[in-house]
Unconditional design. Structure first.
Length: 169
């Protein structure tokens, strides 16, 4: 693999279909990935280094680098009846993530990508392994969220949490 590696490679991308007059997912016919979800590459999934974590990012399936992570912030959503669906993990490969200015639609600034859902835990584990990132604070937050979810929505908890134990055991 030649050239600079990007932190995000997607299997599919959004493309406007002028004939059908709407956006749809498209994949490269040869199985190549899209760098940052936009730029066609000559890279196939099996050619990516092991630190790329498979998941759903920016509404498309692909791979996100767990190497080179500089800063992360996790914001659990303690309102709705889902374990991770409405949670967000903000990730920066370059700078410190800071609260956004008041009046801004964004909650934080300085992040490169925000991910949500069940891929949060697998990405945190990979960031610990490949970036040497200390995830101990995230482990506490996720355990607090798990216990809250179990108490607040016991029926949904039974369906969404496969094992009644901490995620990081």
């Amino acid at each position: 693999m030649k050239g600079k590696m990007r932190f995000l490679y997607l299997i599919e991308k959004w493309k406007y279909d002028r004939k059908e007059k709407h956006y749809k997912y498209v994949r490269d016919e040869n199985g190549y990935l899209y760098a940052n979800g936009i730029y066609p590459t000559r890279i196939k999934p099996e050619e990516l280094p092991e630190w790329y974590v498979y998941g759903r990012y920016l509404k498309c399936f692909g791979y996100l680098s767990a190497k080179g992570v500089k800063h992360m912030i996790y914001t659990p959503n303690m309102v709705f009846n889902h374990m991770f669906k409405d949670d967000t993990l903000y990730i920066s490969y370059d700078q410190q993530i800071m609260p956004a200015d008041s009046g801004s639609f964004e909650r934080y600034k300085g992040y490169d990508i925000a991910i949500g859902g069940g891929y949060i835990v697998s990405f945190l584990k990979a960031a610990e392994q490949y970036s040497g990132y200390d995830i101990s604070g995230f482990k506490v937050q996720i355990e607090e969220k798990r216990l809250w979810f179990k108490q607040a929505f016991p029926e949904d908890y039974k369906h969404e949490v496969s094992a009644d134990k901490p995620y990081f055991e």
